[in-house]
Design a protein. Structure first.
Ligand SMILES: O=C(O)[C@H](O)CO
Length: 328
């Protein structure tokens, strides 16, 4: 295929896909003709009518009306990751542009991350590391006590693909599993992991030793966990958030962690990201923070990119699009 016939794809910059490895990026460059946002902005009249696809990595480029208006031949936007809260779906639909994401590629890595934060918070791994590596060996203690995970109760809020994978992992830890979700799972699926459906969120919050947030951010789930909900949790409970920062009222969370309303939190997501360095969450010993790395494994990131390319090529060939998001 001649270079000029390769689909022209707008990408934010070449830095982001390099997180996989250079060979993979070189391979992608053979298959697609990438145009960076900077190249596009410098020569809009040249690239505008050529770009057929946009490749969103880490929420960028930002898709707004002005950008869509300047791309008359745009057919598809492919988004890395499962979450779509950074996109205006109605706007995209109004331009007749298709959208695809990568919900399957991130499932295992994000579920692993949830368990990693759960275990690290329960056993106070970061504080333990500080104690073990401190120049002052007087603080070394084999009585660095944490919470037992085995046999405890996990409340999963959001039982989609990732939530279910977490339940499978938690089963291996002999945890009692409660879940709250818009729709109840099939009885066979519940039985396979031993999960109990809580129609009422309050019931899950009151009974869980660990509460894990695995749901998408929508107007309905925005600040789902606020002061009242935190107050319902056990004082020994640990909150894990691998969904989106805005699922939690962060000021209420800070207060709950400072005053012992709940024991600890493990947060892969916050708002904003990154948090300002003066933010109170950064000063709390009972908080573990990671930089939104749920999907950050070599395997998941490679699969995400592969899935994006598959959806993109299918759309441009007029075929049925894998992982197409229903915009209706
Ligand atoms: O939406 C997702 O899947 C993640 O947050 C992006 O890596």
């Amino acid at each position: 295929m001649q270079n000029q016939k390769l689909p022209c794809v707008l990408i934010n910059s070449f830095e982001e896909p390099y997180c996989v490895n250079e060979d993979h990026v070189a391979d992608l460059k053979k298959r697609l003709n990438f145009v960076t946002m900077q190249e596009f902005l410098e020569n809009k009249t040249h690239f505008g009518p050529k770009i057929q696809a946009i490749y969103i990595w880490g929420g960028k480029p930002v898709i707004d009306k002005e950008l869509l208006q300047s791309l008359p031949t745009l057919k598809i936007i492919v988004n890395s990751g499962a979450g779509l809260d950074h996109l205006d779906l109605n706007l995209i639909a109004s331009f007749g542009v298709k959208l695809a994401n990568t919900p399957h590629a991130v499932t295992n890595s994000t579920a692993d991350m949830g368990m990693a934060l759960l275990l690290a918070s329960a056993r106070r791994i970061l504080e333990g590391n500080e104690v073990a590596t401190s120049p002052d060996t007087k603080s070394f203690s084999i009585n660095w006590m944490g919470q037992e995970v085995t046999g405890s109760t996990l409340g999963i809020i959001g039982m989609g693909k990732i939530g279910y994978k977490i339940a499978q992992r938690a089963k291996a830890f002999e945890m009692k599993i409660l879940y709250h979700n818009r729709n109840r799972r099939k009885v066979e699926e519940e039985q396979a992991v031993g999960a109990h459906y809580c129609e009422k969120l309050d019931e899950l919050l009151q009974q869980s030793d660990f509460v894990m947030l695995v749901l998408s951010l929508t107007p309905q789930t925005h600040k789902l966990i606020g002061k009242r909900e935190l107050g319902l949790m056990k004082p020994t409970a640990i909150l894990i958030n691998i969904g989106r920062g805005q699922l939690v009222d962060q000021d209420a969370l800070v207060e709950a962690l400072q005053t012992g309303i709940i024991k600890a939190a493990g947060l892969d997501v916050t708002y904003p990201e990154p948090l300002p360095r003066s933010h109170p969450l950064l000063k709390l010993k009972n908080v573990i923070l990671t930089p939104h790395i749920g999907s950050a494994t070599h395997q998941s990131r490679r699969l995400m990119m592969e899935n994006m390319v598959e959806s993109l090529l299918a759309a441009l060939s007029g075929l049925s699009i894998p992982n197409e998001v229903n915009l209706k």
